[in-house]
Structure formats: structure tokens, C-alpha cells
Write a protein that binds this ligand. Structure first.
Ligand SMILES: Cc1ncc(COP(=O)(O)OP(=O)(O)O)c(N)n1
Ligand SMILES: Cc1nc(C(=O)O)sc1CCOP(=O)(O)O
Ligand SMILES: [Mg+2]
Length: 211
């Protein structure tokens, strides 16, 4: 049985929107989302601290799993549910401090070697990307595709997993069929012509987590 070195998360984290503002956090929590990430890129800590405080307060009000991307010191300082880190972030992060503060940890991976690195850290969940081409982030690697995703899921057994990258409503059923516990999405919600309808459909497909 997978035993993380950080607090556990449910195997099924369900629909996991990744968004760049407190406004999006507020509307998606109100819409029923219960796993969510605040991802604000390339700012100084003092520029994002107020947003992080507000997002954490919302997460607590809705009893949701709010992960903070990148700003792990602020996540600790203000008591977030969890932190999400990439492979490069791992080298510059005090993982002992995250563990000691009792925050959950999610780690990005893009191939088998990165999964080895992530497993050595024993995070709360492992993210697997990018499954399909994405317009949201410049990726140095090629999309992994569904077959490779399924191979990773089989390898990871009962480790909580999250798939990310190019996941649309149309593609979500095939991604979930690999057995992955969660689907993380940006544009499927934030660029949707009707974000409320898109969120409702994705919640219907992936659940809110913990089911
Ligand atoms: C759920 C989830 N998976 C992967 C990522 C990517 O994180 P990272 O590699 O740290 O890259 P940036 O998001 O910081 O550009 C994520 N944020 N969330
Ligand atoms: C932030 C991020 N990380 C990825 C990874 O593979 O690590 S893919 C990605 C962007 C996902 O956006 P969309 O759902 O719009 O494709
Ligand atoms: Mg990051």
C-alpha cells in the first residue's frame, strides 16, 4: 500500500481546476468543485500573499482541498491544504518544512524518470502530464498520450494520481477510463463559452473527489 511521507489525500481527487485568480476559486467552489489549485506565475511573494490568504480562506469556508502552486512558503505561513510543485521546484524547496507544517504535497511528472524522482519524495499525489497537446503552457516534452498514461497508472497502483494537459470534456471519459483518480484542467473551464455548464459536465464525469 502506498504510504506518503506527507498527509494523505483521497485516491479520487475528482475534478481539479487549476486557476489563476481568487475570483475563479470563489466561483468554482460555489459551483461544487472541491479540489482546486491557485496557480499564479512569476510574481514575488509580496505580490501574491493577499490572494493566497483569500484563496485559503475560501478553501476552508467550503471545506475544499486548495493547493497552492509554487509559493510553498506562503502556503505554509497561511495554512493551505496543500502545495503543488514541479520537478525543478523540488530542488529549491524545504520539503521538511512542508511536511512539518502538515501540508499535502503534489508533484508534477512527465516521464518515468520524473516519476522515480517523485516517488522518492513520497508525495500525497503524483501529477502526470501532459496527456494531450496544450495551449496553456509551453511544454518542453511531447504529449504522453493515453496509452502512456495508462502505463503510468498501472505502475503507480494505489498512489493518488492526477492527469493534466489538454483534457477537454470530450476527452475526459477516456482519461478517467485509465483509472486515474483526478483530472486537472485549465482551459476546459476558463476558456469555455459557458464555464458553469462545462464545470457541471466535468463534475458529472469526474466527481468532486472522495466518492
Ligand atoms: C495538478 C498539476 N499538475 C501539474 C502542474 C504543473 O506544475 P509545474 O510543473 O510546477 O509547472 P507550473 O504549473 O508551475 O507551470 C500543476 N500546476 N498542477
Ligand atoms: C499547468 C500545466 N502543467 C502541465 C504539465 O504537464 O505539467 S500541463 C499544464 C496546462 C494544462 O492546461 P490545459 O488544461 O488548458 O491544457
Ligand atoms: Mg510550479
Amino acid at each position: 500500500m502506498y504510504q506518503p511521507d506527507f498527509p494523505t489525500v483521497p485516491f479520487r481527487l475528482g475534478l481539479y481546476p487549476v486557476v489563476d485568480s481568487v475570483d475563479w476559486i470563489a466561483r468554482l467552489l460555489e459551483a461544487g468543485v472541491r479540489t482546486i489549485q491557485l496557480r499564479i506565475k512569476d510574481k514575488q511573494d509580496d505580490e501574491v500573499e493577499a490572494d493566497i490568504i483569500a484563496a485559503i480562506a475560501l478553501g476552508q469556508r467550503y471545506n475544499a482541498r486548495l493547493f497552492i502552486n509554487d509559493y510553498w512558503r506562503l502556503a505554509i505561513k497561511h495554512g493551505a491544504y496543500g502545495v503543488h510543485l514541479g520537478q525543478e521546484d523540488l530542488e529549491q524547496t524545504d520539503l521538511d518544512a512542508i511536511r512539518a507544517a502538515g501540508l499535502r504535497l503534489g508533484v508534477s511528472t512527465h516521464d518515468d524518470m520524473e516519476i522515480d524522482v517523485a516517488l522518492a519524495v513520497r508525495p500525497s499525489y503524483i501529477a502526470l502530464g501532459h496527456v494531450f497537446p496544450t495551449q496553456t503552457k509551453q511544454m518542453p516534452s511531447a504529449p504522453q498520450g493515453l496509452e502512456q498514461l495508462a502505463t503510468h497508472i498501472a505502475r503507480l497502483g494505489d498512489t493518488p494520481t492526477v492527469a493534466i494537459g489538454g483534457i477537454s470534456i470530450a476527452r475526459a471519459p477516456a482519461v478517467l477510463a485509465t483509472g486515474v483518480g483526478s483530472i486537472a484542467v485549465v482551459s476546459a473551464i476558463t476558456q469555455a463559452p459557458d464555464w458553469q455548464a462545462a464545470t457541471a459536465q466535468l463534475l458529472q464525469l469526474a466527481g468532486a473527489g472522495d466518492e
